[in-house]
Design a protein. Structure first.
Length: 193
């Protein structure tokens, strides 16, 4: 049976307006580590990114950060990660994160989070990879966006199968179970494939 080995998590580099998001990010990192699932993330040390990484590190987990060179000064990339990859730009960042992960999960965030999760979802829809994509919809954070996505589908601009393929879950347990269930079964999963 397939098993998630590493999950790429996209989320905010700012703290947001509600302290609950920082707790969610920290707890997500901690839970991934406690389950033996490696974390791949954007390499930042501030906001929810920093909380996520800290939770995983505090629990002794593997944390792989990927950060563009010019963002190091703005996000203060961490030097205490299992691995920190410094890349030339955002396209290279997403490609390397995708290479290291078995699945993708969005936590609360803004434009950067949306851009990242939509790109890897698009890659899945058009067949560039077969790795599952999901949204952790804690507290209904993603509900307005998901409603808009359904509206795009109703208007005929997005196949219903692509919408149904998304994993949307209110808790990390359900999100991980959904991602794991959508892992390809015809090949052995290895990080980097």
């Amino acid at each position: 049976m397939p098993r998630l080995r590493r999950v790429a998590v996209f989320l905010a580099s700012s703290p947001g307006a509600d302290p609950a998001w920082a707790r969610l990010a920290y707890d997500t990192g901690r839970e991934l580590a406690e389950r033996g699932i490696g974390l791949v993330y954007g390499g930042g040390g501030f906001g929810l990114m920093g909380d996520l990484a800290q939770g995983a590190l505090d629990a002794g987990g593997e944390v792989i950060g990927v950060i563009p060179r010019d963002m190091l000064t703005r996000e203060w990339g961490r030097d205490d990660l299992t691995e920190l990859h410094v890349v030339g730009g955002m396209h290279e960042r997403k490609a390397l994160m995708a290479q290291h992960a078995d699945a993708f999960l969005a936590l609360p965030g803004g434009l950067g989070t949306l851009e990242e999760i939509f790109e890897v979802w698009t890659w899945r829809v058009i067949g560039y990879h077969d790795k599952p994509v999901g949204f952790l919809d804690a507290g209904g954070f993603w509900a307005p966006l998901l409603g808009a996505i359904r509206g795009i589908g109703d208007a005929g601009f997005l196949r219903q199968t692509a919408i149904e393929d998304l994993v949307v879950a209110p808790s990390l347990d359900e999100a991980l179970a959904g991602l794991d269930a959508k892992l390809p079964s015809e090949r052995e999963l290895r990080p980097g494939t």
